[in-house]
Design a protein. Structure first.
Length: 222
């Protein structure tokens, strides 16, 4: 189950989608945020220009609210502006897309991540040094301590860990996460890595995500 909310009023006219065990529903979200319970994964598409609140302020509020702090937030930009992309990511967005959007474009973005599927991993659990990943539970542990990470960060950690001790370029990471879109740039990868480092440090894991200058990143195993 994937609950998709958009600031665009047209969201209430989008028909639900169901295929291959995945069901998506659509609804509009306003400046007050989410005021009802939702099932399954939560995706929110925030328009760059809003009437009652700025898009960046709404993004910050959604990240701060317990009910939506783990949501996947996509900013819908009016144009492909490097400055606006940076501002959106700094405000807490996971990624961005260039508008205008419709039901098909929203579904293409959500389903491109293959939610609910197991991807390239052949086992339900695997370990890399002190890192243990529980795929069915969508949880990760460092030296037995649970990592407080979002679904997006979990997917990134899975990919880096599976390719441990290998230097990955930003393009490698985007391709591995099945985000192969010209609307996603290297800045997005840097933001994801920065967010992932914080929970690992908080449980005493140090910084196993090493930056290789002018190349990319590598997950170092001890």
């Amino acid at each position: 189950m994937i609950s998709i909310f958009l600031t665009d009023p047209a969201a209430d006219t989008f028909a639900p989608f169901e295929h291959d065990g995945i069901k998506c529903t659509f609804a509009q979200i306003g400046a007050s945020g989410l005021n009802r319970l939702v099932d399954g994964q939560l995706w929110i598409f925030v328009d760059w220009v809003l009437q009652d609140i700025s898009d960046l302020e709404l993004c910050r509020r959604l990240r701060a609210a317990p009910q939506t702090s783990e949501a996947h937030i996509t900013i819908v930009l009016d144009e492909n502006s490097m400055e606006n992309r940076k501002r959106a990511l700094d405000a807490g967005a996971d990624d961005y897309i260039i508008g205008p959007i419709d039901r098909h474009k929203v579904l293409d973005r959500v389903l491109a991540l293959n939610p609910g599927k197991r991807g390239r991993f052949a086992t339900d659990h695997f370990e890399r040094g002190k890192l243990k990943i529980d795929i069915p539970a969508h949880r990760a542990y460092w030296d037995g301590k649970a990592l407080d990470i979002s679904p997006n960060e979990f997917r990134l950690l899975r990919f880096l860990a599976e390719n441990a001790n290998q230097v990955l370029t930003r393009d490698d990471i985007l391709e591995g996460l099945q985000r192969g879109s010209e609307e996603i740039d290297e800045r997005t990868v840097d933001v994801w890595i920065g967010r992932l480092r914080r929970p690992i440090r908080s449980v005493g894991g140090g910084n196993p995500l090493r930056t290789v200058r002018s190349v990319g990143y590598v997950f170092d195993l001890e």
